[in-house]
Design a protein. Structure first.
Length: 329
């Protein structure tokens, strides 16, 4: 009669098989840890330092609004037409370690009358090119060179002074250190972009026949030799410290419904003592809207100030409902 004694373990044959299996599992686990330790950091390092370059992507969004009405005057009827066109386009790409973005923004509103010459209500053309390169992976700091040009397309007046295309024109070159973050969530349905920085900027104000604010104070006779000097093409060079910040948020609620919010602000001091209100260049832009298929409802606000242009602020705010198309790759 065989009597077994409970020793807290199974019979010898099963115990030996279990031990061999445990040792084999531990050996495989140890080998996997060694391989992960040997290959993991190098693979992670390669992913961070050598990201794949981004191809060319672009978005073009033209929008158009038209309004026609008849106005009853005391002696006649006049036909009024208001046409507003807007173009928002941007592109981005990577050239080696340099990230390049560009913006082309245009706002143009004209009013035409059957009994009077047409009048330009809003005319803003801004072209921006921003190359950047990362200078610190740990702090996510980048070095930016932002180059912008501002002018108008049509012939209009400002403070009674005629203006034309590239007359005047403002050119800015800003070198600054800052950060640019892009967040995307839920399969790119929600996108947030934030950019800010501090640096030094150069401004060139180019004018042909446009008179700057200090030149308007000189009341010269046409036969005075100084009048010919005043009407000659001029380029005014200025520089100073600058600061800027930009925010853009896009949300895609469905295939046909989307919304966006944009904000941009920049200030350029034209002296070494810091920012002063009367001797600085400042721009603030805010935009928000909702898009449904080809229809868009949006609000745009732009406030600009430059003492070379005018001693008063330039305020443009427009709320429109019209048609917007989108061209993208």
């Amino acid at each position: 009669m065989f009597t077994s004694v409970d020793t807290g373990r199974e019979p010898y044959s099963r115990s030996g098989s279990s031990c061999r299996s445990s040792r084999m599992k531990r050996s495989c686990l140890l080998l996997a840890c060694v391989l992960a330790a040997a290959t993991g950091p190098s693979a992670l390092h390669a992913q961070e330092t050598e990201p794949e370059p981004q191809g060319l992507t672009y978005v073009i969004r033209p929008a158009f609004t038209f309004l026609m009405s008849t106005v009853q005057l005391p002696e006649e009827e006049a036909l009024h037409m208001t046409m507003y066109g807007q173009l928002r386009s941007q592109f981005c790409t990577d050239i080696s370690s340099v990230h390049l973005r560009g913006y082309f923004n245009l706002d143009l509103m004209r009013q035409a009358f059957s009994n009077a010459p047409p009048v330009t209500m809003t005319d803003n053309l801004v072209i921006t090119l921003i190359p950047s390169v990362i200078i610190s992976d740990w702090t996510k700091l980048s070095l930016f060179l932002e180059m912008s040009m501002e002018t108008q397309l049509t012939n209009t007046t400002r403070d009674g002074v005629p203006m034309r295309f590239l007359d005047p024109a403002f050119f800015y070159e800003t070198a600054y250190v800052g950060q640019w973050f892009d967040w995307r969530a839920e399969e790119n349905k929600h996108c947030l972009s934030v950019r800010y920085g501090i640096g030094y900027a150069f401004q060139q104000t180019v004018a042909n026949q446009f008179l700057m604010t200090d030149e308007r104070m000189m009341n010269l006779d046409p036969e005075n030799p100084l009048s010919a000097v005043r009407q000659a093409p001029t380029v005014r060079l200025e520089s100073g410290f600058s600061a800027l910040a930009a925010l853009e948020y896009n949300s895609q609620f469905s295939e046909n419904l989307s919304a966006f919010t944009q904000a941009f602000g920049v200030a350029l001091a034209k002296d070494l003592l810091g920012f002063t209100y009367r001797n600085s260049h400042a721009v603030l832009q805010i935009g928000a809207g909702i898009n449904y298929r080809l229809f868009t409802l949006r609000y745009d606000l732009r406030v600009a100030y430059d003492p070379n242009y005018s001693l008063r602020r330039q305020l443009d705010q427009i709320a429109t409902f019209g048609i917007q198309m989108e061209i993208t790759n």
